[in-house]
Design a protein around this ligand. Structure first.
Ligand SMILES: *Cc1c(COP(=O)(O)O)cnc(C)c1O
Length: 427
């Protein structure tokens, strides 16, 4: 595989962009080697600057669920662009996408658009604190909610210890109100409520863990969080930035039948443009300015081009059969990978919720961050490069999801399975 042009670009990029990238995981640190530079994508395929063709399972980290450059999305975007790209004033497209979100997501009665998932979670937590007039929040080890200061926290040594900053530049005080519990462990949450009961504003969780690899919620976990938060007058926040419109049109809350108080969205709702959102019951959302006192604003929020991409993407997704197709494609890929791993004698633990899936290189059952960490990241790195060389672009880290899109066809999936079966034998 010739990657000469990518290598040249990466050298140049590293001189003028930190690490040569604008988001760390793109630099391939988790797998070693040089990232490939992409200059075009269509359907399920991406093409790099050296002309290599890859079947893409990153999908821009989730948004490209209908495939790259879907003709209907492109047309909608072109139409919007022709009318000017930003006004900083209300538009009909914001109302249309808001109505689609409210109709789709069971617990959302009102929604506010922002520009990223990070902004959505930061705003949701401010709102939860404003609404409850409490300061502390609980997050889970291994869950990622963007790079807001208060969320960049390491677990302390015991569950009832306050977290420590996970990055230089985050003051101790910024995470001083952040408590860390263990995913799929309700007792760890109860202990925190026992210790800090009337100080806890909210519990924020990825209803399906998607940033430690894919870790589905155990039976009763989300329901348990709903009960514990309700009993303590704290809010439950589902960070559905990844799962929203991904695991089902109504998100993970529709799949697991648990209604949070606030939901964060991103990724798919922007159809490949920078969009985030947070929403919930009207009574809570009425706390947000200009109706209420909780301040939150954005120059480009609700951008008309981004709204057009989101609207068209959701229109494609709500057509009958879309999620069945995603499920069927994703299931057949998972089965093929399972057979490939068995044939190669490589122990793996697979997880999947709809079109997000993960193959952990471990023989342990993965149910939380600690068990995810038992994966052999070196083996994954080798597997990743074997796959890349065979024209399959997986996430450059063991601790990420593989995303299926509507554009992946039988030939793509077959090629992926054949490649994986061969790659696994090389380990
Ligand atoms: C990607 C992601 C975020 C952050 O979204 P950005 O748009 O990258 O800021 C937050 N939460 C979850 C669950 C995510 O997967």
């Amino acid at each position: 595989m010739n990657t000469e042009r990518s290598e040249q670009l990466f050298k140049h990029a590293q001189q003028i962009l930190p690490g040569g990238v604008n988001s760390p995981v793109r630099a391939f640190k988790g797998v070693g080697g040089t990232p490939v530079f992409i200059n075009r994508a269509a359907g399920a395929h991406m093409f790099d600057v050296d002309g290599n063709d890859y079947i893409d399972y990153v999908g821009s980290w989730g948004p490209m669920i209908v495939g790259h450059g879907h003709p209907r999305v492109v047309e909608a975007v072109n139409r919007a662009v022709a009318n000017g790209t930003s006004y900083g004033a209300p538009t009909e497209s914001e109302v249309e996408l808001a109505q689609m979100v409210v109709s789709a997501v069971p617990s959302i009665e009102m929604v506010r658009f922002v520009n990223s998932g990070t902004e959505a979670t930061m705003s949701a937590l401010r709102l939860a604190r404003g609404y409850t007039q409490r300061d502390k929040i609980i997050k889970f080890e291994g869950c990622y909610h963007g790079h807001g200061d208060m969320l960049l926290v390491q677990a302390g040594s015991g569950v009832t210890t306050l977290g420590l900053p996970d990055s230089p530049g985050v003051p101790k005080e910024a995470v001083g109100h952040t408590l860390v519990a263990e995913f799929n462990n309700l007792d760890s949450v109860k202990q925190l409520f026992d210790a800090f009961r009337s100080d806890i504003a909210a519990v924020i969780v990825e209803p399906v863990g998607g940033n430690m690899g894919v870790v589905p919620p155990a039976n009763g976990f989300l329901q348990g969080l709903r009960e514990i938060t309700a009993a303590n007058d704290a809010l439950l926040i589902f960070d559905e930035v990844m799962t929203g419109f991904r695991v089902a049109y109504g998100g993970a809350q529709a799949v697991f039948n648990v209604n949070p108080d606030i939901t964060c969205l991103g990724k798919v709702i922007g159809g490949g443009f920078p969009v985030g959102a947070y929403g919930g019951r009207k009574e809570i959302m009425d706390m947000v300015a200009p109706v209420g006192p909780v301040y939150q604003a954005g120059t480009l929020s609700g951008n008309p081009v981004a709204m057009a991409a989101g609207i068209e993407t959701l229109k494609i997704l709500r057509e009958p059969g879309a999620y069945d197709a995603l499920e069927q494609k994703s299931a057949s890929l998972a089965q093929g990978l399972k057979d490939g791993a068995a044939a190669a004698g490589v122990p793996v633990f697979q997880t999947r919720v709809g079109s997000m899936s993960c193959m952990f290189f471990t023989e342990k059952q993965v149910s939380d961050f600690k068990s995810a960490k038992t994966s052999d990241a070196l083996s994954y790195g080798k597997f990743f490069h074997e796959m890349l060389a065979r024209g399959v672009y997986l996430a450059p880290s063991q601790f990420e999801a593989a995303f299926m899109s509507l554009a992946h066809d039988d030939a793509d999936i077959e090629h992926t399975i054949e490649s994986a079966t061969a790659a696994l034998k090389e380990l």
